[in-house]
Write a protein that binds this ligand. Structure first.
Ligand code: URA
Ligand code: SF4
Length: 188
């Protein structure tokens, strides 16, 4: 549905539904094909993303991109990549519940229109929002979850992996490998 997707993009690019619209440089709608098999959902744009308009281009994004390439053989342009909130929170603070609530319908529309086979959530925010749970990512990760017609695989945020050393990196890799198993039909 390319028409509907482009309509959504232009709506979101001009959005002023929450306060983050007053401090952002630009909206970071999301990147990648609107018919991608894999959708990656992060938390919020950071400084680099706010500057470029593209999600996951900073240090976290580079790690994510590398592990997705190594474990899945997919380039970033093979995946649709978006965030829970589309505008950068000032000083990279956590998005507030009112902001997440305001932006949530856009993510829901993106999931519906892209209709991916696997949704890979990175970090607490995306996993908690999409799985409708208060559990933390260390509890949630390591398995997959039914998610409408798709399968959801939650993993750590790459920023946490960068801080977390070898153990965090091993978990991150394992989760991303699970995405591959789901795509291959070898896991639910
Ligand atoms: N961290 C995120 O969660 N999303 C981005 O786009 C960049 C960093
Ligand atoms: Fe709109 Fe979402 Fe940006 Fe808030 S974060 S202004 S709801 S696009």
């Amino acid at each position: 549905m390319p028409g509907a997707f482009e309509e959504l993009r232009s709506e979101v690019l001009g959005c002023t539904r929450c306060e983050l619209s007053t401090t952002r440089t630009q909206v970071v709608f999301g990147s990648g094909p609107s018919d991608a098999a894999v959708m990656i959902v992060g938390e919020a744009p950071g400084a680099e993303e706010d500057r470029t308009g593209v999600p996951f281009v900073g240090r976290s994004g580079q790690l994510l991109e590398r592990v997705v390439a190594e474990e899945l053989g997919l380039a970033r342009d093979d995946c649709f990549i978006a965030n829970v909130v589309k505008c950068r929170p000032p000083e990279n603070r956590d998005p507030r519940p009112v902001e997440v609530a305001a932006c949530r319908p856009y993510l829901a529309d993106q999931v519906r229109l892209v209709a991916p086979r696997v949704v890979l959530t990175v970090g607490n925010f995306a996993a908690r929002l999409l799985l409708e749970t208060r559990d933390g990512i260390t509890r949630l990760r390591g398995r997959s979850y039914p998610f409408g017609d798709a399968t959801l695989v939650p993993t750590l945020h790459p920023a946490a992996v960068l801080r977390g050393g070898a153990v965090a990196m091993a978990s991150f890799r394992e989760d991303i490998r699970l995405v591959g198993a789901v795509l291959d039909g070898a896991a639910a």
